[in-house]
Design a binder for this molecule. Structure first.
Ligand code: ARG
Length: 472
């Protein structure tokens, strides 16, 4: 078997078992293999252009890389636990295929610029996969919103009934954060599109490499302008993890609402059986586990960001082994969201909205009081006084245990000379919603406009999400 270590020359013996076990990263960084091979192909071409591989050697090298790539994809070539990391494993694969020629590829590069390049490629590629999954969830919410453009619901602040809203507006309020997350992914992607390859261990190379050609081949916008920064920088990981942490927080807030909506107390939404779970002891139960897992998994997404920021803090330039700890949180964030987002999309798209229950709840809790105050304002009463007058009406209703519309003309007149029976026109949920016509407000008119805007934005995301990062 080929000797696999990349660094044994000056050492008298192999590493202690305890060191090897601590140091090995191949069990997780094997995910980088296709990207490492793509980078190797680009590096081989640059070595050939520099005259360091002859045309025949380049041809054999590229063929071996293709063969290795296929063997990795099929599972025929696997890393072993003796391979310290993905770079070690792949060099072994190359040596097995090419003999000594395989050893030429390491010229002018180091695992330090390789790993930074591979992780950028991996994350840029998977950011697009995440965008696909985010768009699917946004689609599910948008389709439910389209069905509920004029469904009345009790809008809340402090989880207390506040003012009536349309349920479509509410659902779309969960789409906008996802649209911003998509924006953040694309912004991040532009900053991450810098190629570290050519930086070597930290100082660049004495060989006549061509970092710009490598960058171009790998789909990066430009090579890194500073080799030390290029191998030390993990901003792109931290920033990526901020985006995924914030996605986690958005999904958690959505999850929490679904938990509330599906409770017996609310009863606004019923989940499809395929997207709910039962209890092992209570036969009647139907639980919103997907929503709860959305809430719960936000913990590890936020944790991953904190772990990487804390790891980076205080690290001297340039590469330090601490930085190997950047990968598991990044992989975990992607894999967590790739599990969660389709489940949430399925749950949302199949849930039944109980329009009757929402409509019944919409006027509860004096949610039309602001309409009365606004009616007084339109009659010239200063809002401060209008607020006071309406408050007195609410107090009267509370004492009597009745609703605002149950007050008699006499009651109204007694509370304020400004109140006359025509105020009843504004004491309905329908009129409150219909009166909300300004852009961005909850009335069915503006919500229909908002819906069109959201659908348009989602369509533009669909294209970005399927772009290939590494052109082949
Ligand atoms: N497995 C390492 C990592 O993830 C690769 C780079 C190792 N570089 C080194 N100089 N030991 O960071």
């Amino acid at each position: 078997m080929t000797k696999t270590s990349l660094w044994g020359g000056r050492f008298s013996g192999g590493p202690a078992d305890a060191l090897a076990r601590l140091s090995v990263s191949v069990q997780f960084d094997w995910r980088l293999a296709p990207y490492d091979i793509a980078a190797s192909r680009a590096h081989a071409r640059v070595l050939a252009a520099a005259g360091l591989l002859d045309p025949d050697e380049l041809g054999r090298m590229l063929a071996a890389l293709d063969d290795l790539e296929a063997a990795c994809a099929s599972g025929e070539f696997r890393p072993t636990i003796d391979d310290e990391d993905v770079h070690t494993a792949l060099e072994r694969g190359l040596l097995e295929r090419l003999g000594t020629l395989g050893g030429k590829l390491r010229a002018g590069r180091s695992r330090n610029d390789q790993v930074a390049t591979d992780l950028r490629l991996y994350l840029r590629d998977h950011a697009r996969g995440l965008a696909v999954a985010l768009v699917e969830l946004a689609d599910a919410l948008t389709e439910q919103a389209a069905r509920n453009v004029d469904t009345a619901a009790p809008g809340m602040t402090h989880v207390q009934h506040a003012q009536p809203v349309t349920f479509g507006h509410w659902l779309l309020a969960h789409v906008h954060p996802l649209l911003r997350d998509l924006d953040r992914l694309r912004d991040w992607d532009a900053r991450a599109a810098i190629s570290p390859l050519g930086s070597g261990a930290l100082a660049g190379s004495s060989l006549p490499l061509d970092p710009a050609a490598v960058a171009k081949e790998l789909g990066f916008a430009a090579p890194a302008p500073n080799s030390m920064d290029a191998v030390a920088d993990r901003d792109f990981v931290a920033e990526f993890l901020f985006v995924t942490a914030l996605i986690g927080v958005h999904l958690s807030r959505l999850g929490e609402e679904v938990v509330l909506w599906t409770s017996t107390e609310f009863g606004w939404v019923e989940l499809d059986d395929a997207f709910a779970t039962g209890s092992s002891i209570m036969p009647q139960k139907k639980n919103a586990d997907i929503a709860e897992l959305a809430r719960g998994k936000s913990g590890r997404l936020v944790g991953g960001l904190v772990a990487v920021l804390t790891m980076l803090k205080g690290l001297p330039l340039t590469y330090d082994r601490d930085m190997q700890e950047d990968k598991e949180p990044a992989f975990d964030a992607i894999e967590t969201l790739q599990l969660l987002l389709p489940a949430l999309a399925g749950m949302i798209s199949t849930m039944t909205v109980r329009v009757d229950r929402l409509a019944a709840a919409a006027p509860v809790g004096f949610s039309l009081a602001t309409e009365v105050a606004d009616w007084l304002v339109r009659r010239g009463v200063p809002f401060r006084d209008a607020h006071e007058i309406t408050g007195q009406l609410v107090a009267l209703c509370s004492v009597r245990g009745c609703e605002l519309e149950d007050l008699t003309d006499d009651d109204l007149a007694k509370v304020s000379e400004h109140l006359d029976p025509s105020v009843r026109e504004v004491m309905s949920v329908e009129s409150a919603l219909a009166a909300r016509t300004t852009p961005g407000s909850t009335g069915p008119g503006p919500v229909a406009e908002q819906l069109a805007l959201v659908q348009h934005k989602l369509d533009s995301w669909r294209q970005w999400a399927v772009e290939k990062v590494v052109p082949r």
